[in-house]
Write a protein that binds this ligand. Structure first.
Ligand code: FAD
Ligand code: DHB
Length: 390
């Protein structure tokens, strides 16, 4: 099997890259270890920056997003018994759109298949070879058989636990990492959202987030211990904890309903530099992770491959290597802005280890400053909706 660009992973990064390459007349093959059904139903992110929405719409995969996405012009911060709205659109002229990651994935898969694109599901990449030659080889296993994909370039879009990053020889990459002493328990519930905008709550029992997917479905998160066991969280305990952390404003209450899905996500900040070695390019969670508090992970994945789409187009159209050469440095500017913002949001909103009272006072002071200073609120808002140029 041969193609121009071999793509490992059919998450938002790999699928979007394949779509963008196709629009430039460049062939690609996507190899995905899981089934189509699995990737289309994996519940994860939900917030699209304005730039991500623009990218999806501009490239012809935004039709359902325009129809079903929920445009939000503000978020609410709850802390110390107070509630404050950050009017993002008033402050920045931009907005976010709530639309599930698995819906983006479904739309991209449908577009690739309709255009005759090749995505092999249930095809696990085992290793990459010849990355410093003119014809790298992706070794994968499908239906119990070992196969090879030969290509001009390989792009590793295989997430944090993928194999691509590990194909770079030792000593080339530098990693920067921070782990947090907590995780998120996320639930999807068949309950009409009680609010129109997201609520980020700092509470002495821990952080809570109220989000949604549609007028009928709520998406909620709770800060829990990093080693938390999900079996210790029956539905009633989850609702009781959500009530305790979110019902802090007089007269406001949650809507409850059957819990459709629940899972625990560890929190991590992680960057590997550079994002390229020879003919291997890395994009999305394969090369950087942010804690989800800033809602940046999927947006960064899309921003990386938007750069790669243009860079491969310049290479194949005009043999111009400049954008490919600069890919890592260009992408890392946005990556580090998002790293800082995600770390800052996380630090401001969670109960950190040890319940340090000094830290809690600093958090309240920071939240009050966001609530009262147009300048500080604008800083939060412009990062949250996504900076066009970084
Ligand atoms: P992935 O989506 O992880 O895709 C990688 C793909 O590679 C997977 O399909 C995997 O099966 C495949 N793969 C792995 N190894 C192999 C192999 N060896 N061979 C073949 N295939 C392989 N981000 C936001 O922007 N906004 C949010 O609101 C947000 N909230 C989040 C909430 C939660 C609870 C979680 C868990 C994440 C959240 N994120 C958010 C982060 C976001 O989901 C990720 O950043 C995003 O999935 C990254 O996309 P990706 O394509 O790089 O990687
Ligand atoms: C959602 C996820 C996030 O990480 C976040 O910061 C906001 C919303 C969501 O899944 O809706």
């Amino acid at each position: 099997m041969r193609t121009q660009v071999g793509i490992v992973g059919a998450g938002p990064a790999g699928l979007m890259l394949s779509h963008l390459l196709h629009r430039h007349g460049i062939e690609s093959v996507v190899l995905e270890s899981r089934s189509r059904d699995h990737v289309e139903h994996r519940v994860r992110a939900g917030v699209l920056e304005q730039g991500s929405v623009d990218l999806l719409c501009r490239t012809g995969v935004g039709e359902r997003l325009r129809r079903e996405g929920l445009r939000h012009e503000g978020i609410e911060l709850r802390f110390a018994g107070e509630s404050h709205r950050v009017p993002m659109t008033e402050l920045t002229g931009r907005a976010i759109t709530v639309y599930g990651q698995q819906e983006v994935v479904k739309d991209l898969i449908a577009a690739r298949l309709a255009a005759g694109g090749t995505i092999h599901f249930d095809a696990e990449v085992l290793r990459l070879a010849g990355l410093n030659s003119a014809e790298p080889v992706v070794h994968f296993r499908r239906d119990g058989r070992d196969e090879e994909l030969r290509c001009d370039f390989v792009v590793g879009c295989d997430g944090f636990h993928g194999v691509s990053r590990g194909a770079v020889p030792e000593g080339v990459l530098t990693s920067y990492e921070r782990t947090y002493p907590f995780a998120w328990l996320g639930v999807l519930a068949a309950a009409a959202p009680a609010v129109e905008e997201l609520i980020y709550a700092n509470h002495e029992r821990g952080f809570a987030l109220y989000s949604m997917r549609s007028p009928e479905i709520s998406r909620l998160y709770l800060q829990v211990a990093p080693d938390e066991d999900i079996t210790r969280w029956p539905d009633e305990r989850i609702w009781a904890e959500l009530r305790a952390r979110l019902e802090t404003v007089p007269g406001w209450s949650l809507n409850e309903g059957p819990i459709l899905e629940k899972s625990i996500t560890p929190m991590r900040s992680f960057v590997v530099e550079p994002m390229q070695w020879e003919r291997l390019f890395l994009a999305g969670d394969a090369v950087h992770i942010v804690p989800p508090t800033g809602a940046k992970g999927m947006n960064l994945a899309l921003a990386d491959v938007a750069l790669l789409g243009d860079a491969f187009a310049a290479w194949y159209d005009r043999a111009d290597a400049e954008l490919l050469t600069n890919y890592s440095a260009t992408a890392l500017r946005r990556v580090w802005r998002a790293q800082h913002f995600s770390w800052w949001m996380t630090s401001m909103l969670h109960r950190l280890a040890g319940d340090d009272p000094y830290e809690a006072k600093l958090q309240t002071a920071t939240l009050r400053y966001v609530a009262t200073s147009r300048g500080y609120a604008t800083s939060l808002a412009e990062n949250y909706v996504g900076l066009p140029e970084v």
